[in-house]
Design a binder for this molecule. Structure first.
Ligand code: SF4
Length: 55
């Protein structure tokens, strides 16, 4: 299982520095590498638009 970032992402960058395993990549909408994500939920807690959810 992994967290996913949906279309509500505003590419603010808040989540990137919070991920302990550097699974988040920048883009028009940020993405999470499902193979790297440990499902910790830290990024979801800091997302201002609640765009990050468990898959
Ligand atoms: Fe990184 Fe945790 Fe978010 Fe997965 S759930 S992308 S490990 S911060």
């Amino acid at each position: 299982m992994a967290y996913v970032i949906n279309e509500d992402c505003i590419a603010c960058g808040s989540c990137v520095d919070e991920c302990p395993v550097e699974a988040i990549s920048e883009g028009d909408i940020y993405t999470i590498d499902a193979d790297t994500c440990t499902d910790c939920g830290t990024c979801a807690d800091v997302c201002p638009t609640e765009a990050i959810k468990p898959a």
